[in-house]
Write a protein that binds this ligand. Structure first.
Ligand SMILES: N[C@@H](CCC(=O)N[C@@H](CS)C(=O)NCC(=O)O)C(=O)O
Length: 249
């Protein structure tokens, strides 16, 4: 039997052309390679969605640029602009926790919909943004950057980081990841734990140490941490002037 000859492909009608999925527009990531910045570069790498890095050199004061303040009124990075936000219109998001939640909801990954699982993620995410991040930030400041030696401040903040690592260690004794399954809560904490391990030996916290290695082995985490890593250099005196001693303008 003669084979049917394939019909020549029809020219796509205007309607058919319309339904061809458009390539996703990249999410703009306003970023500098610090633990707060890493949270979002790691999440975007984990999601595998296109994004474009817009460096915000915080030592040079780029966080005060009027255009940046329009999307991040707290003059802090990270922030994002998603050109394809709700209703197909652009949306900007500042605050790392809010960005992680937004991306987790949008792509339905690393932020479960089941209420119990979601609450667990939120507990540990808020624990990071309200506790581990600010306390470790202050410890780092007094240990490495304060112009005066302030033993009380150094001890107060490093004690609190020590306490928080103990809390985390007890949690990770029972769970592989902070909320059970790997989530945005782990991404929020990971780079901060790396920075605390420069002044608190993690041998005392073996479950945190094992988690740090477990998370750190993920390819997306390695890629996220490497984004613009070369831009991070020791602070100069001018950069210290920009970063420390800010008051309301
Ligand atoms: N709560 C903010 C904190 C962000 C933050 O502190 N970012 C720092 C770098 S790690 C920053 O932009 N610093 C600029 C400055 O201090 O002027 C978040 O979680 O996004």
């Amino acid at each position: 039997m003669a084979k049917k000859t394939a019909k020549p492909a029809k020219k796509p009608t205007p309607k058919a052309r319309k339904s061809t999925p458009k390539p996703a527009k990249p999410i703009a990531l306003y970023y500098w390679p610090t633990p707060n910045g890493h949270k979002i570069s790691i999440m975007l790498e984990e999601l595998g969605v296109p994004y474009a890095v817009h460096p915000v050199n915080i030592g040079k004061g780029e966080q005060f640029a009027p255009a940046f303040l329009k999307i991040s009124p707290n003059n802090r990075m990270p922030a994002i602009i998603d050109p394809d936000g709700p209703g197909g219109r652009p949306i900007s998001v500042f605050e790392s926790g809010a960005i992680l939640q937004y991306l987790g909801r949008k792509y339905g990954k690393f932020y479960p919909q089941d209420e119990r699982a979601r609450v667990a993620v939120e507990e540990w995410l808020f624990w990071q943004v309200g506790g581990l991040g600010p306390m470790a930030g202050q410890a780092n400041h007094f240990l490495n950057y304060a112009p005066e030696d302030l033993p009380y401040a150094k001890k107060r903040y490093s004690d609190e980081v020590h306490r928080l690592l103990g809390v985390m260690n007890r949690r990770l004794e029972k769970k592989k990841f902070l909320a059970g399954a790997y989530s945005i809560a782990d991404m929020a904490c990971w780079s901060w734990v790396l920075s605390t391990s420069k002044y608190i030996a993690l041998d005392e916290f073996p479950h945190v140490k094992a988690w740090r290695e477990r998370v750190g082995k993920r390819k997306a985490v390695v890629r996220g941490k490497a984004v613009a890593a070369e831009a991070r250099t020791p602070l100069t005196d001018e950069e210290r002037q920009v970063l420390f001693g800010q008051r309301a303008r």
